[in-house]
Design a protein around this ligand. Structure first.
Ligand SMILES: Nc1ccccc1C(=O)C[C@H](N)C(=O)O
Ligand SMILES: [Zn+2]
Ligand SMILES: [Zn+2]
Length: 208
């Protein structure tokens, strides 16, 4: 056992996607039988498939693209909090938690229970939380949810507030059964030069 816990959704046919977005597919362009030497695959997917990060360009024309994001955001020490079934994720919900010295924060809500389907409703992040987290020194916020805003939001107030306060976003982590505490995080995006988001392979390793 390596000690790494995979907190990524598996990229399989039928993985739930944002309503109307591009379905995930993997297929062989050439089979070994056809080519005589190798299997070669191709993938089609939305940049917001499964466990993924948002680049600010997702919701801001002038925002950073994936390639511009600091790798340090996605590798290093992270704190996992358990906030079971919150109405929203706001200052009140986090007030009793000690966030001293935390730069990366993952919140387990356990609200996306049926992972075979896209959820109908999710607890949103309160935009007021952004300055609060910035003050604590947090630069990455990750959730076990497909968005930080209500699913029908067009203004995306939490996405904008977080970005305006220097906080980057990781969505769709699988935190079922992950105990609260401190871990090592690895969740690097792909080196997509122009993209608005990227799937990540996200993993945690417990720190003693
Ligand atoms: N894929 C989409 C298609 C259409 C409209 C929104 C989305 C999103 O991805 C929004 C969500 N806040 C996200 O960052 O994952
Ligand atoms: Zn996204
Ligand atoms: Zn998002």
């Amino acid at each position: 056992m390596s000690g790494w816990i995979d907190i990524s959704q598996r990229l399989v046919k039928g993985i739930p996607i944002w309503p109307g977005d591009t379905p995930f597919s993997y297929q062989l362009s050439w089979s070994k039988e056809e080519s005589g030497s190798v299997n070669v695959g191709q993938i089609t997917l939305s940049t917001h498939t499964g466990t993924h990060i948002d680049a600010p360009f997702h919701f801001d024309e002038e925002g950073k693209r994936v390639i511009d994001l600091d790798l340090d955001l996605y590798i290093g020490r992270v704190r996992v909090l358990h906030l079971p079934d919150p109405i929203q994720i706001g200052i009140e919900e986090l007030q009793s938690k000690n966030l001293k010295g935390v730069t990366r924060l993952l919140i387990r809500t356990d609200t996306w229970i049926d992972r075979s389907a896209f959820p109908h409703a999710i607890p949103p992040v309160a935009p007021e939380l952004a300055p609060y987290l910035q003050e604590k020194g947090i630069r990455l916020l990750g959730l076990d949810l497909p968005s930080v805003d209500p699913l029908d939001s067009k203004e995306l107030p939490a996405h904008h507030a977080l970005t305006d306060h220097g906080i980057h976003i990781l969505e769709g982590a699988v935190l079922d059964g992950v105990d609260p505490g401190d871990y090592q995080l690895a969740a690097l995006p792909l080196p997509l030069a122009e993209a608005d988001g990227s799937p990540v392979r996200a993993a945690l390793k417990r720190l003693e």
